[in-house]
Design a protein around this ligand. Sequence first.
Ligand code: ATP
Ligand code: MG
Length: 344
Amino acid sequence: METILTGIRVNGELTLGNLLGALLPMARLSEQYKGTHKVNVFVPDLHTIIADVEGDLRANTLKSLRYYAAAGLDLKNDNIIIYRQSYIPAHSELCWILDTVATMGEMNRMTQFKEKSDGRDSANVGIFNYPVLMAADILLYGAKYVPVGEDQFQHLELTRNLGERFNNKYGEVFTLPATTAEQAAFMKGLAPEGKKADGIRIRDLQNPEKKMSKSSAAENSKIMLSDEPKIAAKKIMSAATDSVGKVQFDMFNQPGVSNLLQILALVTGDNLESVAARYAGETNYGDFKRKVAEAVEVFLVDFQAKVAEVSDADILAAFERGEKQANNVASAKLLEAQEAIGLR
Ligand code: ATP
Ligand code: MG
């Protein structure tokens, strides 16, 4: 069975944008492939700590997992292996080994590092080194597909390079992930309606030129998954629109209205084209928004009920089972690497 590996970042509070753009697609992916593939879903907590953590990391992990489970991630399927990175010591150990085959030159070329460190002397070494940890995350499980945004493609290339260099130096130990072209093709297959897999971008309700972000200071600009559904409906009613006066999908000229159409489609599980067709000719933004607000309210009531049904015990049981499986696979691969080098 081929392995698909996906990380879930943990943040205590998430927005409707995070749910529609990340949690639901990830849950759909794991549902789609759990019969034919191994799906590794891991919490990259060692990656998380390269930046300051807001709140309690452990509580955030549980809360995010609860959201993922409510979004449809199956905590009980044997083919879905759910684990916390820091519970699998082989990640850190292989990271060190791979550090000894990575070069300063290639690491210095990592765009993410350049952006995140911004030349600051005070940038921590983790920011520099995390692509190597990411390579270990992937190579330990021989993961073939790693659905990530294009900003991470360079790190996937690095993973292939480090794995190949290790194999050339010490013998065939690692299975390389698919090339970035193959990854892109795989991800395209995941996207709804043939769109690019990272195509969904929910916009800021007050300033629809920007995407909705949980770190935005303006409360009315974002819908939090924990919002009282009635409050969320009010936020939709106060969303910025435009002076065109026509309900139609035109992200360039009417990002506010288009965003609401997109939200309506996603929360009702309908496709965008038919939702837009249904409102074609509608000129009253108030009526249109009321429909969107109602749909969002119904959606949140339902989602929050699902969240309440997920227990910490179920999450911890999934971790315990997944971490046992992941530790078996990862420590066996680590041992192979150690033997190839002569450490064992
Ligand atoms: P921050 O403001 O802290 O950057 P964020 O809301 O942008 O928070 P991230 O933690 O950066 O969220 O991203 C978490 C996941 O949610 C990523 O997979 C990202 O692509 C996705 N995501 C973030 N914002 C949106 C959005 N507005 N629409 C769709 N997906 C989104
Ligand atoms: Mg962000």
